[in-house]
Write a protein that binds this ligand. Structure first.
Ligand code: RIB
Length: 292
């Protein structure tokens, strides 16, 4: 059920982290110490980033996830509410929130270590969580929360004709019955290689190719390739999340339009340091596409 021409409703079931971002010219090799050029705490997490991306791209978004009861929780919650995302299904777990230690080098490339914290405690979905998934046009998931919870959300979505968009990242093995309920998979080229045959049965597969753009493969073998937009890259962290959230928000316009929209969002996300800070609005995306 689409709620308006450009206002799909999206339930995001996923992670939310505080990103501890250090910039440096060259990332250290094992055993080496290098000088950093800056440090920032920036709300992130693949689930939250994709929720913010979908909301800024114009979707109505509810977030199902968990923060801790630590010093980071208020800022994490605020990131969602400031984007207009419903947080009625964001629970607070005792203990730390999820954190990601991120090193960004002079080329804008990153290394990330994620510690699950409260995300790991999201082991069950309640009746209200399931109801928001059933009522949404799209369920958008990643794999930074317990896989059984993702599987339960996807099964419930499929049973209620909610379109399932899965970004299987960080990549993990999922049972065949979970893949059978996935309508759209969004992967990078490394994930595509690792998942191999699991993706063959998914109707719509979108593969991000970094500087080479993105590629869509549809149910009848239709392939659409889209080159990347040329931008000045500062930090690639969260670019895939911006791409995926924007793709979900634009999915009702059809794969070709959604792919172009997502590529513009992903490119813009690389131009600013920090995942959630860099996620573009619909106006910025439209401007890059020459529509404003
Ligand atoms: O995809 C980028 C995200 O991965 C970061 O925001 C970090 O929190 C990790 O989840």
């Amino acid at each position: 059920m689409t709620t308006g021409r450009d206002l799909p409703s999206i339930a995001v079931l996923g992670s939310i982290n505080m990103d501890l971002v250090t910039t440096t010219e060259h990332r250290p090799r094992p055993g080496a110490t290098v000088r950093g050029t800056g440090f920032a705490t920036v709300p992130g997490g693949k689930g939250a980033n994709q929720a913010v991306a979908a909301a800024r791209a114009g979707a109505r978004v509810d977030f199902v996830g968990a923060v801790g009861d630590d010093v980071f929780a208020p800022a994490l919650r605020a990131t969602l509410t400031e984007a207009g995302i419903g947080i009625g299904h964001l629970r607070t777990e005792p203990g730390p929130s999820g954190v990601a230690t991120i090193v960004v080098d002079g080329d804008g490339e990153n290394s990330i270590i994620v510690v699950g914290g409260a995300n790991a405690a999201l082991t069950e979905l309640g009746a209200a969580d399931l109801a928001v998934i059933a009522a949404a046009d799209i369920l958008l998931c990643q794999l930074e929360i317990p896989l059984d919870t993702v599987a339960a959300g996807i099964a419930h979505a499929a049973a209620h004709a909610t379109t399932v968009v899965l970004n299987p990242s960080p990549v993990a093995a999922l049972p065949a019955e979970v893949w059978a309920d996935v309508d759209v998979a969004v992967v990078n080229s490394g994930e595509a290689r690792e998942l191999g045959a699991a993706l063959a049965g998914v109707a719509h597969v979108v593969t991000t190719l970094g500087g080479d753009g993105a590629r869509y493969r549809g149910p009848d073998g239709l392939v659409i390739a889209r080159p990347s937009f040329r931008v000045e890259v500062v930090d690639t962290t969260g670019a895939g999340d911006s791409f995926t959230g924007a793709l979900a928000a634009a999915w009702h316009r059809g794969p070709e339009a959604a792919l172009e929209y997502a590529c513009a969002a992903g490119a813009l996300a690389t131009t600013t340091l920090g995942a959630s800070r860099s996620i573009p609005t619909a106006a910025a995306i439209d401007s890059l596409l020459g529509r404003s």
